[in-house]
Design a protein around this ligand. Structure first.
Ligand code: PMT
Length: 411
């Protein structure tokens, strides 16, 4: 994957050499384009050494333009990543101006663009910056973070650049490129979304799952180099790039699709909200409302997760537990009863879990647990994949994949 990495003038530019290393560890070619003010925070010498390519910074550099013009650079990129992205560069991209090399490339490229904003929290929350963020997102530009925490200025708030490894992983999942990662050469099967259990040709029983959690997990696994099969119930979000999607409707369909995909899988993650019961009989025609009351006779659906965990040579199996009360106790019960390797316990209700962009979870395994505070489902998914990968390799007797240099952020 070819990455044009734009570096702009913020203190977080000191993390740029680490970001270049993380991208290259995953197999990316990185061409750096610096703005004039980025040079106040990080040297060209350091960046050239880690990227292995001459740094581009000047639109009017005749020699560099002769080697690869700014238009060729814009075409070469599979993704344009700007990290750190200042308030100034966000405003410049919104306005469509092209006074320097980086903004010219942003105008001239057809590749996806991702920005990792980094600035003082008051600058980030300023209505002008937020309006620019909104316009950029509406135009399909990916905004990564920013994170919340202590800042270089000594204050605390939203505006920290995300950590380099998180940025690198997300960039790979945006493009769908199979990077080198913790799960390179591994097959991961993920279920996501709700199921629909038909009552008659026009009615069904379902639940509030949007698929966001499962899709984020599939995307995070692909970003770690896995071959991912995503088995999805009916949702209204787009398939993440770089994963094979199998669309299903009912629990029975999801059971069949899962067992078709599972034979050579290394890891199975069941994030779908699968129906526990379905109508015993499917009416051929729309049921008419003749009586004051009606009864629906329901029968159990197959338990996909338990059936995979019970296979001979089962993959490393991760379930979810969606609970409204006694979350941890019920989840531990499911871990044992379904003989899982790991379970992700999350509280669900009107204002948490389902159909939101954020989630909090506690992951349980035999002999341990780890809690993740509320964060975006994308961030949570990245942590869950790192944790699952670590336990998967530990269960198979090797700490990590042989020859792999990508480090995990999970202790
Ligand atoms: O999709 P979102 O809107 O992003 O919401 C995310 C989520 C809340 C749906 C997700 O985080 C979650 O908790 N998914 C599991 C929902 C669920 O069905 O939980 P459960 O506790 O009822 O089931 C336990 C486990 O058994 C789950 O892994 C489930 O996929 C699996 N199961 C359940 C029933 C069944 N018939 N077959 C199964 O495989």
């Amino acid at each position: 994957m070819n990455v044009v990495l734009g570096i702009t003038g913020g203190i977080a530019a000191y993390k740029a050499p680490d970001l270049v290393r993380r991208l290259r560890e995953r197999g990316a070619e990185v061409q750096i384009v610096m703005t004039a003010s980025a040079g106040e925070f990080v040297t060209e010498t350091a960046l050239q050494a880690v990227s292995g390519r001459p740094i581009r910074s000047n639109l009017w550099d005749k020699e560099a333009e002769a080697a690869m013009s700014h238009i060729e650079l814009a075409r070469w990129a599979d993704v344009v990543l700007i990290a750190p992205a200042t308030a100034e560069v966000m405003a410049r991209i919104v306005s469509g101006g092209a006074p320097d090399l980086l903004s010219t490339i942003c105008l001239a490229t057809e590749a996806p663009i991702a920005l990792a904003p980094a600035m003082n929290h008051v600058m980030w929350s300023n209505p002008a910056t937020q309006a620019n963020r909104q316009v950029l997102e509406e135009r399909g530009i990916h905004i990564l973070g920013p994170g919340i925490g202590s800042q270089a200025c000594g204050e605390t708030g939203a505006g920290r650049m995300l950590e380099p490894d998180a940025i690198a992983a997300t960039v790979f999942s945006i493009t769908g490129a199979k990077g080198k990662g913790l799960l390179e050469g591994r097959k991961v099967v993920v279920t996501a979304g709700p199921t629909r259990e038909a009552i008659d040709p026009v009615r069904y029983i379902t639940n509030r799952s949007s698929g966001k959690m499962g899709y984020a997990i599939a995307s995070a696994a692909a970003a770690q180099g896995a071959d991912v099969v995503l088995i999805s119930g009916p949702v209204s979000i787009s398939a993440p790039p770089g994963v094979d999607i199998v669309n299903v409707e009912s629990a029975e369909d999801m059971y069949t699709a899962t067992h078709d995909a599972i034979t050579d899988a290394d890891i199975f993650i069941a994030a779908a909200a699968v129906a526990d019961y379905r109508p015993a009989n499917l009416a051929d025609q729309k049921i008419k409302k003749n009586d004051e009351a009606m009864n629906l006779h329901l029968v159990r659906c197959p338990d996909i997760l338990a059936s995979v965990a019970a296979l001979d040579g089962a993959p490393f199996t991760v379930g979810f537990a969606a609970e409204t009360e006694n979350v941890i106790d019920y989840a531990r019960g499911k871990l044992e009863k379904k003989k899982l390797d790991m379970i992700v316990a999350n509280r669900v209700g009107k204002d948490c879990g389902f159909d939101r962009d954020d989630n909090a979870a506690t992951v349980l395994w035999r002999g341990g647990e780890r809690s993740f505070p509320n964060s975006s489902k994308v961030d949570l998914a990245r942590h869950l994949i790192e944790l699952a990968a670590k336990h998967f390799y530990a269960a198979r007797g090797s700490e990590t994949q042989p020859g792999l240099t990508v480090r995990s952020n999970i202790d």
